[in-house]
Design a protein around this ligand. Structure first.
Ligand SMILES: Cc1cc2nc3c(=O)[nH]c(=O)nc-3n(C[C@H](O)[C@H](O)[C@H](O)COP(=O)(O)OP(=O)(O)OC[C@H]3O[C@@H](n4cnc5c(N)ncnc54)[C@H](O)[C@@H]3O)c2cc1C
Length: 392
């Protein structure tokens, strides 16, 4: 990433925006042509035209760059366009400078956590989230409790994205907002790491208390009331990533199952020669190929028509991949006998992890609900009697 001095930061003040835009306009080609004109004392119209072309070209390039590198944020008209015009600022900043501060997330030197789920309410319905975010002058004051914030115990975890309620009186899907909160902000207490089936899962899932945590307005993501919309948008890529890892675990389990079944002998023949074991192996291969193709289809649609249009496929694979992988790992454990549930093989850990995937990023039932609603919508305006009449 290119270095970007703070004094060029357009921030949210008009004068800073104008100053940064002027600096942006004084770009190298334009300056070079002007310099040439000055040195050679040529003030002909074509020199000025060339200088103007230089300015414009760079402006266009910077605007496009700003669009491309804007981390998917739609450019806001007005100040947003100015930021895009100075290119580098928009490349690395969002509307309130969040991106420049969190660039280390991209190279892994900083970790972050996402805190939405709460112990007190059924959080598979995001509208239930209760953590209060009360406006007080130029800040919000956060009070509430979260749990299962994955990564929050990572040694490099510096920030959390916290979802809470800014306006409990607004429409159900406009009550929530998301804010960036430093993990060491006054009032934030990481209470404990939650084990998963007795395992300490990766960097752990934290329970966190928020007591009068003050968050400046600039650290609200996208805007007040946008929390629910963000939560819908961000989960597509995360979900497909889970599915890819589930497929990897299923492949590894199948490999271990085959090796073990061929190397162990019971009742005078290798375990692999039993029909039920061959059935498990064949089904594992068939099922892995099915979920792989569904994952590919979902990924293709996300790339070509976007997350929203691909929501049925994303939900379908989020249900199917962990379920299929879990069955394969379970059978591989069975083939391994007692060894399968120990730490000598990676199967028990894989099972525990895959089982959590049927809950994390939304339980199966909630994804199935979404798929069913999409299917039902297709026939909403077709009463059953009309369909029967058409069939007969
Ligand atoms: C390993 C792991 C990592 C996680 N990481 C994070 C994280 O980083 N950040 C974060 O905020 N959260 C995280 N979570 C939390 C996770 O997203 C929630 O556990 C999940 O959304 C379910 O919410 P809940 O636990 O409150 O269950 P509840 O909402 O109480 O639901 C309980 C059960 O009710 C059933 N149910 C719910 N709705 C329906 C329905 N419409 N129809 C039928 N049955 C239904 C389901 O079986 C569901 O499992 C993680 C969870 C796990 C296990």
């Amino acid at each position: 990433m290119l270095p970007y001095p703070d004094w060029l930061n357009p921030g949210d003040n008009a004068w800073q925006l104008v100053a940064a835009t002027l600096v942006g306009l004084m770009s190298i080609p334009g300056i070079a042509v002007l310099y040439g004109g000055i040195v050679q004392k040529k003030w002909a119209v074509n020199t000025l035209l060339m200088a103007f072309t230089g300015f414009s070209l760079v402006l266009v390039v910077w605007v496009l760059w700003g669009f491309k590198m804007g981390f998917g944020q739609p450019l806001k008209l007005g100040p947003g366009i100015l930021r895009a015009a100075v290119g580098i600022p928009h490349t690395i900043l969002s509307s309130n400078n969040q991106q420049i501060a969190y660039i280390p997330l991209l190279d892994g030197t900083m970790a972050s956590a996402f805190a939405m789920t709460e112990p007190q309410v059924a959080s598979s319905d995001a509208t239930n989230v209760q953590l209060s975010m009360t406006r007080d002058g130029n800040e919000y004051v956060l009070n509430g409790r979260k749990w299962f914030a994955s990564n929050a115990l990572h040694k490099n975890c510096k920030v959390m994205i916290v979802m809470g309620k800014t306006d409990p009186t607004a429409a159900p899907h406009r009550q929530q907002s998301m804010m960036v909160v430093p993990i060491d902000a006054p009032g934030v207490t990481v209470m404990r790491g939650l084990p998963v089936f007795g395992y300490q899962d990766r960097e752990g899932h934290a329970e966190i208390d928020f007591k009068d945590v003050r968050v400046p307005l600039k650290d609200v993501l996208k805007g007040e009331g946008e929390g629910f919309a963000i939560s819908q948008a961000r989960l597509g890529p995360g979900r497909i990533h889970h599915c890819m890892r589930a497929i990897g675990m299923a492949e590894r389990a199948l490999e271990l199952m085959c090796k073990r079944a061929q190397s162990r002998v019971t009742f005078g023949k290798p375990i692999s020669e039993n029909a039920n074991i061959q059935d498990w192996i064949a089904e594992a291969r068939i099922d892995i190929e099915m979920i792989r193709l569904l994952t590919l289809k979902a990924a293709y649609l996300m790339d070509t028509v976007g997350n929203k249009a691909a929501q049925t496929e994303i939900a379908a694979i989020k249900v199917a991949a962990p379920k299929v992988a879990l069955t394969i790992v379970d059978r591989a454990i069975q083939v391994h006998g007692g060894g399968g549930v120990t730490d000598d093989f990676p199967l028990a850990l894989a099972w525990a992890h895959l089982r959590t995937l049927r809950l994390a990023d939304g339980p199966d039932e909630v994804h199935k609900r979404a798929i069913a609603r999409q299917e039902l919508r297709k026939y909403r305006d077709q009463p059953a009697a009309v369909q029967i009449a058409k069939v007969s």
